[in-house]
Design a protein around this ligand. Structure first.
Ligand code: HSE
Length: 438
């Protein structure tokens, strides 16, 4: 049967992986897809890189002009692996306008412009597939959109940025400082081009925005995501958390509540005995709670050439199988039919309920703890556990660590303001959110 023809935009890490895996497993993939899938055009600015990668292959054409691929009448599917917003957005919209299906791993593009892109695709009757955009090789989009379709999904909590998970793992295991481990992550090529995206939670927020849309059938609204990264975490807090039986992870959490949908990325204490707490290094994991299935956990490589290629090619196979089907009979982009998306609001962070780890440096003298607990009690914040460290030799101050029961964020913000203004409390109170995930 005539191969389905693919135009690849971008021969970077993932583009290269896609090229290699598709050629290596060509026969088996064709047996699954029902016909061969072949990359016949590659657009890459660094033509020498593309030439080197495709050396000896005669049935592929190279260009440094993406427009050639986007307009080529033989191309059925455009694979966008350029990343970033522009020119990727223009290329994706042009591919759609030219009636081509699109496969992309571009999380930033979808999280910020997904609504426009899916509307254009829907109007044109083409598919936009994006498994590679979330958690690399883990088929989490497929799981949320199809495997769990019977469920009313309740919440998702994921370790969805490998770089920050690597940094936190190394800080805990070796007691290494943040800056040193970040340099190592960059040297190993884990980090995004701009590592701020990794360490400040932006990359995770992009991926969480996409998952929340599919899970709850709401349009993608990246701007509603509360985002806090790991750059201010200290080794002390990682150690204290461990003494209390917790690990600190950068989690993306989205939860359906009666008041709205929570959408938040921040460092989180989670019980060390949970499976997800033991996901170390660059690996990713996503925990999904559905009303029928209960909790399910998905684990695997969240980045890298071949793991992400695995997701991109799975999308190519899906598109190949479905491209002749009536658009009404395909799986909807966001799992729910386009006219069935809901306008459920997202919850402002001040209204979110969670537990807290609070660390404060205080004078070691009578009445200090009583003042602090009074402030918490006045704001209806209940203490779950507490440790007070022995002051070091000759020191008049010590660390107090409190864990709270679930409470509303705005109550904690108000309490911390009052605690920080006590003359017996030195410096800001460290506040890290805590989730039991049960
Ligand atoms: N920089 C990302 C990470 C790569 O560290 O997880 C995949 O999105």
């Amino acid at each position: 049967m005539k191969p389905l023809q693919v135009g690849l935009l971008g021969m970077g890490t993932v583009g290269m992986g896609t090229w290699k895996v598709l050629r290596r497993n060509e026969e088996e993939i064709a047996r699954r897809a029902g016909r061969p899938i072949r990359i016949t055009w590659i657009a890459e600015r660094a033509l020498d890189v593309a030439r080197e990668a495709t050396r000896g292959v005669t049935d592929v054409n190279l260009t440094n002009d993406a427009e050639v691929v986007l307009a080529h009448p033989d191309i059925d599917i455009v694979v966008e692996l350029i990343g970033g917003i522009e020119p990727a957005k223009t290329f994706v919209l042009k591919a759609i306008a030219n009636g081509k299906h699109v496969v992309t791993a571009n999380k930033a593009l979808l999280a910020r412009h997904g609504t426009e892109i899916f509307a254009a695709a829907h109007a044109k009757g083409v598919m936009v597939a994006f498994e590679g955009a979330v958690a690399g090789g883990i088929p989490i989009v497929k799981a949320l959109r199809e495997g769990l379709t019977a469920n009313r999904l309740e919440w998702i909590a994921g370790i969805i940025n490998g770089t920050s998970n690597f940094i936190l793992s190394e800080m805990r295991a070796r007691g290494a400082p943040f800056a040193e481990v970040l340099k190592e992550a960059q040297a190993r090529g884990y980090a995004e081009a701009d590592p701020t995206f990794d360490i400040e939670g932006i990359d995770a927020a992009h991926k969480l925005t996409i998952m929340a849309s599919i899970a709850f059938g709401v349009p993608m609204q990246f701007e509603k995501c509360y985002t806090e990264g790991i750059s201010k975490l200290t080794r002390e807090d990682i150690r204290y958390a461990e003494e209390l039986g917790y690990r600190i992870k950068l989690l993306g959490i989205t939860r359906r509540t009666p008041a709205g949908i929570e959408l938040r990325v921040h460092p989180t204490l989670i019980p060390a005995r949970r499976l997800i707490a033991n996901v170390e290094g660059v690996m990713n994991a996503v925990l999904v709670k559905g009303d029928a299935v209960g909790a399910t956990l998905y684990y695997g490589a969240g980045a890298g050439a071949e793991p992400t290629a695995s997701a991109v090619i799975a999308d190519l196979v899906d598109v190949t199988r479905m491209h002749t089907a009536d658009p009404e009979h395909r799986v909807p982009h966001l799992a729910f039919q386009p006219d069935q998306l809901s306008d459920t609001p997202f919850l402002p962070m001040a209204e979110v309920e969670t537990s807290y780890y609070l660390r404060m440096r205080v004078d070691d003298k009578p009445g200090v703890l009583a003042d602090i607990t009074r402030i918490l009690a006045d704001r209806d914040i209940s203490i779950d556990a507490m440790i007070q460290k022995e002051p070091s030799e000759g020191e008049a101050q010590t660390d107090i660590i409190l864990l709270t029961h679930r409470t509303r964020e705005k109550n904690v913000v108000a309490a911390l303001g009052a605690i920080e203004s006590l003359p017996t409390v030195a410096g800001p109170v460290i506040r890290i959110r805590l989730e039991e995930l049960n």
